[in-house]
Design a protein around this ligand. Structure first.
Ligand SMILES: [Fe+2]
Length: 382
């Protein structure tokens, strides 16, 4: 057995852990660029939860509240300029996956040469950047625990993943209180992203005993707390389990990577302007069915883990129950059954498949998916 593990230096988990953000930041730098979305932190009151501890510790904060949903790499360029102009010594990302990904890349490229876009297109990151602190406010992307950032290349319109071992957060502050103000639709979408990460990491070609332990527990936590978090948003226990689940899934994803759902979800999401979690939720049942012949035993284990199959059920029966669970989950979250209802057209399929074929996620899918296979999956979605 041979595998690498890459984890952040420090994870502070639990209700109220944001109080420790000031002292944690002070250990890394005195002047922080705070990278957030444009409005959500203000609307939810989370901005005070983040800035107060920083003020108490005497950290000078430069606000960069400019990350849009599905950000293009231009925002990284702007953030990098701000870091340099202001002389920031640490970068804090607070928000959902988009804000964390942008902050991660701003920190990682703070002192590098050349346009940020070059790195999105394969230029190697050869040196560490500024220390990066991640404060997630959604339970979904798991970005706080990965070395990956996903941004859109404005020239090609493609969503690209870029990763560097240097880009792991130095400190993660994972406070479920910050996730409690998410509305139901965002809880459903981000939760489905996390659930898909967990399932895809578990069945990945690159899964290891380490990632399997994380992803299996992530599937259990999310499956057993999803409805409560959606329908009883004030239930702190459910919010805590969802944030823990999304984080464990992120840690698994970091080395196991994802699969065909993510390979297709990126181009589809960009093409039709759809939330990433919704696209994952619609596609997951189709990909589970496609992979069934190769990883039936793994789906069966997941079914037993979440309690939808008896311990003595055969693999084929248990895996079938897992597929049924995934279909029902998407339906109960009110996701459509097909991408066709979200805009997918037959004419767009060749281009979407082409974009998916080049993705690193596809290489991790347990069953080799050809051009024809991906085309068939999308055609069933019309
Ligand atoms: Fe995802």
């Amino acid at each position: 057995m041979l595998f690498d593990i890459l984890t952040p230096a420090r994870v502070l988990f639990g209700p109220g852990s944001t109080y420790r953000l000031g002292e944690e930041t002070a250990a890394l730098g005195r002047k922080a660029l705070l990278v957030t979305g444009r409005e959500s932190l203000k609307k939810t009151g989370n901005i005070e939860r983040v800035t107060q501890p920083l003020a108490v510790s005497g950290i000078e904060v430069i606000s960069f509240a400019e990350v849009p949903p599905e950000p293009a790499v231009d925002v990284v360029e702007a953030g990098r300029r701000r870091v340099r102009d202001e002389g920031c010594t640490v970068v804090i990302g607070a928000g959902g996956g988009s804000a964390l990904d942008a902050a991660k890349m701003i920190a990682g490229l703070a002192h590098t040469d050349g346009p940020a876009r070059d790195y999105l297109n394969g230029r190697e990151v050869s040196a560490p950047g500024l220390p990066f602190i991640a404060v997630p406010t959604t339970a979904g992307s798991g970005s706080e625990l990965t070395r990956t950032a996903v941004l859109v290349d404005p020239e090609t319109g493609r969503k690209q993943s870029v990763r560097s071992d240097y880009w792991m957060a130095r400190t993660v502050v994972a406070d479920p209180i910050l996730t409690m103000s998410m509305p139901r639709s965002l809880t459903a979408q981000t939760g489905m992203d996390a659930f898909t990460h967990a399932v895809e990491a578990y069945t990945s070609r690159w899964a290891t005993p380490y990632t399997n332990a994380l992803s299996r527990e992530a599937v259990r936590l999310i499956a057993q707390n999803f409805y409560t978090a959606c329908h009883h948003p004030g239930r702190r226990d459910a919010r805590e389990s969802m944030l823990l689940g999304s984080g464990l899934a992120g840690m698994a994803l970091n080395t196991a990577r994802a699969g065909a759902v993510h390979a297709l979800a990126h181009p589809v999401g960009v093409r039709y302007g759809l939330g990433h979690g919704v696209v994952c939720g619609v596609l997951l049942p189709y990909v589970v069915e496609f992979n069934m012949a190769v990883v039936e035993d793994k789906y069966a284990q997941l079914a037993r883990t979440i309690g939808v199959a008896q311990a003595d059920a055969s693999d084929s029966e248990a895996a079938g129950r897992f597929h049924h669970f995934v279909v029902r989950l998407a339906a109960r979250l009110e996701f459509p059954e097909k991408l066709g209802s979200l805009g997918l057209t037959r004419e767009d399929i060749p281009e979407l498949v082409e974009a998916a074929l080049g993705s690193a996620s596809l290489a991790a899918n347990p069953r080799k998916a050809t051009h024809a296979d991906l085309t068939a999956i999308l055609e069933r979605n019309l």
